[in-house]
Design a protein around this ligand. Structure first.
Ligand code: HEC
Length: 146
């Protein structure tokens, strides 16, 4: 009598477990597949950051085009503060990255772009990024008119 009851219980429980299992797996898959730009995962290498993010707009050779400025041979980038500032705050069609990239990644990509596509060999450090971020008056997120 008890045996029979148990068998009946598991006949219901097993398919239910299978359904629940498929549901949680499906739910989890959806979580990882979705997400906006802030969920993009990039490594700490400047080259990797450039190839994952920047080259979509500035192109692989960093020569830009159609409203996107060239980063290759760009004399504005002689000033590393200019470069870091624009990465932190964005400008016009250029997105800001202060909430997407770590100071280390910003330093790495700035160093990469300045030295690989230009001849500014002095590295941009994490301390530079923190100094410039600290001096920034208002981040775009705090700005009521942006
Ligand atoms: C969504 C497209 C887009 C992405 C992604 C993007 N940029 Fe830009 N970037 C622009 C546009 C558009 C401008 C010009 C902005 C303006 O002046 O209005 C710009 C301007 C710049 C400038 C200023 C150039 C100058 O001479 O004034 C720098 C430096 C720069 N981007 C670096 C980067 C780096 C490094 C990355 C990757 C971390 C990156 N950008 C990702 C679109 C983009």
């Amino acid at each position: 009598m008890t045996r029979r009851r148990m068998r009946r219980a598991s006949a219901i429980a097993l398919p239910l477990a299978a359904i629940l299992c498929a549901w949680t797996v499906g739910g989890r898959a959806q979580d990882t597949a979705g997400g906006g730009p802030s969920s993009v995962k990039v490594g700490g290498e400047g080259k990797e950051v450039f190839e994952t993010i920047c080259q979509a707009c500035h192109l692989a050779d960093a020569k830009g085009g159609s409203g996107i400025p060239a980063l290759a041979g760009n004399t504005h980038l002689a000033d590393k503060d200019f470069m870091v500032d624009i990465l932190l705050k964005g400008r016009g069609g250029m997105p800001w990255f202060n909430d997407m990239l770590t100071p280390k990644q910003i330093a790495a990509v700035a160093t990469y772009v300045r030295s690989h596509f230009n001849s500014y060999s002095e590295p941009v450090t994490e301390a530079d990024v923190q100094r410039i971020a600290g001096g920034a008056k208002a981040s775009p997120r705090d700005c009521a008119t942006c």
